[in-house]
Design a binder for this molecule. Structure first.
Ligand SMILES: Cc1cc2nc3c(=O)[nH]c(=O)nc-3n(C[C@H](O)[C@H](O)[C@H](O)COP(=O)(O)OP(=O)(O)OC[C@H]3O[C@@H](n4cnc5c(N)ncnc54)[C@H](O)[C@@H]3O)c2cc1C
Ligand code: FES
Length: 333
């Protein structure tokens, strides 16, 4: 039996089966609510349940006494009709629905120790619309799925560029990637993710990236160059050592092409030769911007950095929850 999920303060509602998450049902109904990991870790999908009961993480919670509670919609399954209040909700644009597509390896090169840049192209005539900052899922043999962010801007819709961290023993990044030569075929589904950044928004946009979290940031900043964004943009980029800050020519290009762009590389384990900033990216951003009430933030990369940024910026620096966007690069389940 399906339950009905109503979205508070709107005329939106959708059916949701007992074994379906509120997020899955909303997406099936063509509605877009925030999400990233879909595994209960990143808390991007968190919103309030104003009425009804949900099963989540092995327990059932109810707003029956009139007390709303917070739930993660990627895991919450209805146990009654619900009224929910997601952080944002909108109707999905038609082009935003994920679709499966084949692609072939066009180029592959190691850009840093343990990081491979992979450029795949779709068949001639095939283009896939996505927004800067979104991700794809590789559909691998044995039913395995692996998430990667697009590093190319949406205008380059005839293929995808990825920055792949090689994990020893990784089903994709270790076992499969080493055998992928130009011309090799891969299937994928895209686009996924909820990042919505508007070049016309006058507020400063603060970008934080660690490791291969640089990939979605590259997509956003290449988009900014193409669309001539004028909003202030600052990138805090973290790594352990200088070689982790791969493709240094990209920030240099953005500094030349984007009037409002500033680049802040930050190393957590610098050696004596490093003359730049040391520490964590989120600490550097918070030191520069103690009042974040009028900025937007996008953070991508290590889950610990994403969680610490969200906690510190929203609780201590006045960043509205709805202006924090993130992709936590979690290992696949
Ligand atoms: C929305 C999203 C976007 C992502 N985008 C990117 C991206 O652009 N580039 C990128 O490199 N990764 C990205 N990731 C992370 C990537 O999907 C995972 O790291 C994935 O598990 C790698 O697959 P694999 O087959 O290489 O390794 P697996 O077979 O999944 O894992 C092999 C071993 O490595 C460990 N491991 C795997 N990934 C991680 C990790 N991230 N942190 C710590 N240990 C790990 C596993 O626990 C396991 O022991 C993204 C993840 C999400 C959710
Ligand atoms: S916790 Fe639900 S999308 Fe990440």
């Amino acid at each position: 039996m399906d339950w009905t999920v109503r979205v508070a303060h709107s005329d939106l509602s959708f059916p949701c089966g007992p074994e379906e998450s509120v997020l899955e049902a909303a997406q099936r109904a063509g509605l877009d609510i925030p999400y990233s990991c879909r595994r209960g870790v990143c808390i991007t999908c968190q919103g309030r349940v104003l009425a009804g009961s949900v099963a989540e993480g092995g327990s059932v919670r109810s707003a029956a006494g009139g007390e709303p509670f917070q739930a993660l919609f990627c895991g919450a399954r209805p146990r009654s009709d619900l009224t929910v209040s997601p952080r944002r909700v909108s109707r999905l644009p038609a082009a935003g629905q994920p679709r499966e597509v084949a692609a072939r390896v066009f180029r592959k090169r190691e850009v840093a120790p343990g990081v491979v840049a992979l450029h795949l192209r779709f068949p001639i005539g095939v283009r896939v619309a996505f927004r800067a900052g979104q991700s794809l899922e590789l559909l691998l043999p044995g039913g395995l799925r692996r998430s990667y962010s697009m590093a190319n801007p949406p205008a380059e819709s005839d293929g995808v560029r990825m920055h792949v961290r090689v994990h020893p023993g990784g089903a994709f990044s270790d076992a499969l990637l080493s055998g992928l030569e130009p011309g090799a075929a891969l299937r994928m589904a895209l686009p996924y993710g909820d990042v919505r950044l508007d070049g016309g928004d006058p507020r400063p946009l603060v970008l934080l990236a660690t490791g291969t979290g640089f990939a979605p940031v590259a997509s956003i900043l290449e988009e900014a160059v193409r669309r001539r964004w004028t909003r202030p943009l600052v990138l805090y980029r973290g790594g352990r050592r200088p070689e982790d800050l791969y493709l240094p020519e990209l920030p240099a290009r953005w500094a030349r092409r984007l009037r409002g762009f500033r680049y802040e590389p930050v190393l957590s384990r610098p050696d004596g030769a490093w003359g730049g900033r040391a520490g964590r990216v989120q600490a550097a951003a918070a030191a520069d911007l103690p009042d974040m009430s009028r900025v937007q933030v996008y953070a991508s990369g290590g889950p610990a950095m994403v969680a610490a940024s969200r906690e510190s910026f929203t609780k201590l620096h006045g960043l509205p929850e709805g202006d924090f966007f993130a992709d936590a690069f979690l290992p696949s389940a």
